[in-house]
Design a protein around this ligand. Structure first.
Ligand SMILES: Nc1ncnc2c1ncn2[C@@H]1O[C@H](COP(=O)(O)OP(=O)(O)OP(=O)(O)O)[C@@H](O)[C@H]1O
Length: 581
């Protein structure tokens, strides 16, 4: 979107966000400074920046002056995310008068810390849409002493909180932890702690609010599909491109339990995180999230994107080499290609894959609660196609905590997936932190694969590269898994599922798999392999891009793809040998 697309006349230049100082003079007057406009949630904010400012420093200033936490900001210019914090404003071609879109990824969960009157501290996460009554119920569940909800009193800033009060309304600082103190009835106090708020309740046991997934309570069958809109006010069914595909019981149950929730009137809940439309689907009780639905027409830069991102002009998605409207296919592809240790799962198997991508399926779904800017009616034309992924109970994402405690094998299994699929969107927010087993071991669950298998490697980014675990060698088990991978088989599986892969996507999958296998064979760490796929700066090509260009240069007219890949293989060997010595 160009600057012409936004009405700016009412904004005086002097109002620009924090004129920065440059060599002792206000940068407003510096020749290098430019005036850009940030659109966010319907308003336009003028901002003076230097072309030599890094993206990180621009985000930092937005944080300082507007309070939006830096890691939750996504800046988009001309359909491209300014994802590299170390790059400069001018690297992205941003110049005077340009409009940048600021998307804020606000967490759906609020961290709540509960202190009991006996001094015990509990921590849990709760959805922003929950109310105080719900918190009281959770406390009652954990501590028999408070089973009578009337016994509990919650206070914030000296004021008693009504049961109907929403968590999201308690504290304006959107990401701050809410501190609660639990007491019986009236003796409760709360005080603000910097941006945080301290409330009072009385509870005893530690515990986390349960958003348990559907893993062990699925239903079966598709009786519900016999009646379609406009006969029905909601609808969901699998979108099978190849009718010969048999869905696993896990996938059938995911759809079935989502249907039950819609039938009971539990509307989808739009998550405020993410740059596209993503909806939490609930079960029949309305208290559990069971799936996450991402419609293709609400992807970033698609026509019905709810975040107000401009519609794509050339069809390209937020990441180079991807197309708007293909995100759901890529989400499903990541699940299909995430084979379990023993190899590709049979169609009817719901076994979780090696890297733990949650079960994901393409569905058609109708509901008034999705984004319908043109209005809504119960007809087939309002049915949305998108990916439905099983909701995974989590304790936040890797963005919310330091990587120190992540088990090495958990980081490694994600590195395998990302390298294989040349993921162009592996930021820490796209890895959920879960716990399993009696000892609450940390398990990392990769989500959001809408930008995997791009047609070019330009935007590959892996946040885990900078975590210490990435510098450790792969274990024998992981090396065996990598050895078992077969790009040709993967291509055939995707085609069977109905994804008509472009030549470029097929090439990406082949080259990435080749790099992973060759690198692992040489004993390289995930870091050493992964770094070859990522550009050091936006302008400097990555090693993998250099390999591809060199092979392209060596090609003679009429040579086959096979010959091209042989060149790639030879050049890759040479480049890897340079790294290995
Ligand atoms: N399978 C899942 N289980 C639990 N929560 C999920 C799942 N998938 C997504 N979420 C939640 O929904 C939010 C939005 O989903 P997602 O990140 O996939 O959307 P997006 O629009 O593609 O985001 P981004 O801007 O990061 O590309 C996530 O941050 C996460 O909190």
């Amino acid at each position: 979107m160009s600057s012409a697309g936004v009405a700016l006349s009412s904004i005086r230049e002097n109002d620009a966000l924090s004129p920065i100082r440059f060599h002792g003079r206000p940068a407003l007057f510096s020749e290098e400074s430019i005036l850009i406009y940030l659109t966010v949630a319907g308003s336009v904010i003028p901002m003076r920046v230097l072309e030599s400012d890094s993206i990180a420093s621009v985000k930092m200033r937005i944080q300082s002056f507007k309070g939006f936490v830096m890691r939750r900001q996504k800046l988009v210019f001309e359909g491209r995310e300014l994802a590299r914090n170390n790059c400069l404003v001018k690297d992205y071609g941003v110049s005077d008068g340009n409009v940048l879109h600021l998307v804020l990824r606000v967490s759906n969960l609020r961290a709540i810390s509960v202190k009991t009157s006996s001094g015990k501290e509990l921590e849990f996460l709760v959805e922003r849409c929950r109310n105080i009554g719900y918190i009281k119920q959770q406390i009652a569940k954990k501590d028999g002493a408070f089973c009578d909800l009337k016994d509990q009193e919650l206070v914030c800033n000296g004021k008693k909180l009504d049961d109907q009060r929403l968590i999201d309304d308690i504290c304006e600082a959107r990401d701050a932890v809410i501190h609660l103190l639990v007491k019986k009835s009236a003796k409760v106090r709360a005080k603000p702690v910097e941006k945080d708020v301290e409330l009072s309740i009385v509870a005893a046991d530690e515990g986390i609010v349960d958003h348990t997934g559907v893993a062990d309570d699925y239903g079966e069958g598709y009786e519900f599909m016999s009646r379609k809109p406009p006969d029905r006010e909601f609808w969901i069914e699998p979108f099978k491109v190849n009718p010969r595909i048999e869905l696993s019981s896990v996938i059938k149950s995911l759809i079935s339990v989502t249907f039950d929730g819609l039938e009971k009137g539990n509307a989808p809940v739009r998550t405020s995180e993410g740059s596209g439309g993503a909806y939490f689907m609930r079960d029949s009780s309305g208290n559990k999230y069971v799936g996450v639905f991402k419609p293709i027409d609400e992807e970033p830069m698609a026509v019905n994107n709810p975040q107000g991102l401009p519609v794509t002009v050339d069809g390209e998605g937020l990441k180079r080499g991807t197309k708007v409207g293909e995100g759901a296919l890529r989400e499903v592809a990541a699940y299909i290609l995430d084979h379990p240790i023993g190899g590709p799962r049979s169609f009817s198997s719901g076994e979780i894959g090696f890297s733990g991508v949650p079960p994901t399926v393409l569905v058609k779904c109708l509901h008034e609660g999705f984004n319908h800017p043109q209005g809504f009616e119960y007809s087939l034309k309002n049915v949305k196609i998108g990916s439905l992924q099983m909701f995974v109970k989590n304790y936040g994402s890797c963005e919310d905590m330091g990587p120190r405690d992540f088990p090495t094998e958990e980081v490694h299994k994600i590195s395998v997936l990302d390298i294989r699929l040349a993921n162009a969107d592996r930021h820490a927010g796209n890895i959920l932190v879960c716990k399993e087993g009696d000892d609450s071991r940390i398990k990392l669950v990769p989500i959001d694969h809408g930008y995997c298998l791009p047609e070019k490697f330009e935007d590959c980014t892996f946040d885990w590269l900078y975590w210490p675990q990435a510098r450790k060698p792969y274990s024998r088990e992981i090396l065996d898994y990598i050895r078992s991978l077969d790009a040709e088989q993967d291509i055939a599986i995707l085609k069977f599922h109905g994804w008509n892969l472009s030549v470029e996507c097929v090439r990406t999958l082949r080259i990435s798999t080749m790099l992973l296998k060759k690198g692992a064979e040489r004993g390289l760490t995930p870091y050493a392999i992964g770094i070859m796929m990522c550009r050091p700066t936006i302008k400097k090509e990555s090693v993998i891009e250099e390999i591809v260009y060199e092979a392209q240069e060596a090609m003679l007219p009429g040579m086959s793809e096979e010959a091209f890949l042989e060149y790639v293989s030879e050049i890759m060997d040479r480049r890897l040998d340079e790294v290995s010595v």
